[in-house]
Write a protein that binds this ligand. Structure first.
Ligand code: SF4
Length: 348
């Protein structure tokens, strides 16, 4: 598992999300993609967000970046970002990203500069008709007081930092001329060109083969330490969480159901959903011993996005379901001990 040297005392808050709700009002009903999320990221901390498809982890990231596709919108909650020192008279230390209009100057100043994002599929982040270098330089010119020649130099230096082979030559390449791994390195370079305080990585290695995935994970760990930045790492892969994160947030149907340090998630999980996710990981010893047993999948399916279940949203799939309790009252996120919170009636 990842080793983490930052003690809580040396870490201060960078991002505080409180009761965030991002809903999509559709003709068929309302999709509550994010439904009351609380989440903190401290400076230099790597927080992993895990859960099945449709649990709201990517939409939480899109809400922070204010890139929610229509008709989605933030209907409630706060996304407080603690900005680095800015001497401009109108600059605030703490801004609520949820309050900005999507084209607000302050938001544009933060997005791609102080907070940036790496997406799962690099071709969605890169324009196919412009060279990789121009796209990185554009982000630098937008946010930094430099001329074109300086932006080119910074771009090539950043490409070298992300270990792109022949960075000067790659600067003039189009995305289609790069392999999948190189494209993802280019996207990471674009995200890091302005040295953000927070990098949001949304399944950045899912589209890559396992060897390239391992290289990109190593690279991200190195860059996180070198750039002194925090990472919000979104993934469905608990193996990646063990490698990368120091704190883990487990989401189910738009809510945080468990939050704790990475060791507790693997050695002392509390929520039945977290236990189910862990049980469904194939074990190396079973593969080595050629055991051909069925994988332990979580029973049932994630309910339809339009369905509103009474009580605990996980109750139709939960092996610990308590009739008359779990299907009636909605559990709240409670603090079991310092740094470990869970949303389940088993603990109330
Ligand atoms: Fe299972 Fe009940 Fe806990 Fe929900 S509240 S996870 S149904 S035990």
């Amino acid at each position: 598992m990842a080793s983490h040297e930052n003690g809580a005392g040396t870490q201060d808050v960078l991002l505080e999300i409180r009761d965030l709700k991002t809903h999509f009002a559709l003709d068929e009903g309302t999709v509550r993609a994010v439904d009351g999320v609380d989440l903190d990221v401290r400076r230099r901390q790597v927080v992993g967000v895990v859960g099945e498809s449709g649990c709201g982890k990517s939409m939480t990231a899109m809400s922070i970046m204010r890139l929610i596709p229509p008709p989605g919108q933030i209907v409630e909650g706060e996304i407080r970002f603690h900005r680095p020192f800015d001497e401009r008279p109108d600059a605030k230390d703490i801004v609520d990203l949820a309050q900005f209009e999507s084209n607000d100057r302050q938001l544009r100043d933060i997005r791609g500069n102080q907070i940036s994002m790496v997406f799962q599929e690099p071709m969605t982040a890169l324009s196919p008709v412009r060279t990789v270098g121009k796209q990185i330089a554009e982000a630098i010119l937008l946010h930094q007081d430099v001329n074109k020649a300086e932006a080119r130099d910074i771009s090539i230096e950043t490409l070298a930092r992300v270990k792109m082979p022949n960075p000067e030559q790659r600067f003039d390449d189009y995305p289609f001329q790069l392999s999948g791994g190189m494209r993802q390195r280019a996207v990471i370079a674009m995200a890091l060109a302005c040295r953000p305080q927070l990098l949001i990585a949304d399944e950045p290695t899912t589209a890559l083969d396992v060897t390239t995935e391992a290289q990109i994970l190593d690279l991200m760990r190195e860059l996180q330490a070198e750039y002194d930045m925090a990472i919000l790492y979104i993934t469905h892969n608990l193996g990646v969480v063990a490698e990368m994160a120091e704190e883990v947030v487990v989401m189910y149907l738009g809510k945080v159901v468990e939050r704790c340090d990475v060791d507790s998630i693997f050695y002392n999980p509390k929520h039945p959903y977290t236990k189910g996710l862990l049980n469904s990981i194939p074990r190396l010893e079973d593969v080595l011993q050629d055991k051909r047993e069925k994988l332990n999948a979580i029973e049932g399916m994630v309910p339809s996005s339009f369905q509103r279940l009474s009580g605990c949203a996980f109750h139709p799939r939960c092996p610990d379901f308590m009739p008359g309790v779990c299907d009636e009252a909605e559990p709240q996120l409670i603090q079991l001990e310092e740094g470990h919170a869970v949303r389940c009636h088993l603990y109330t």
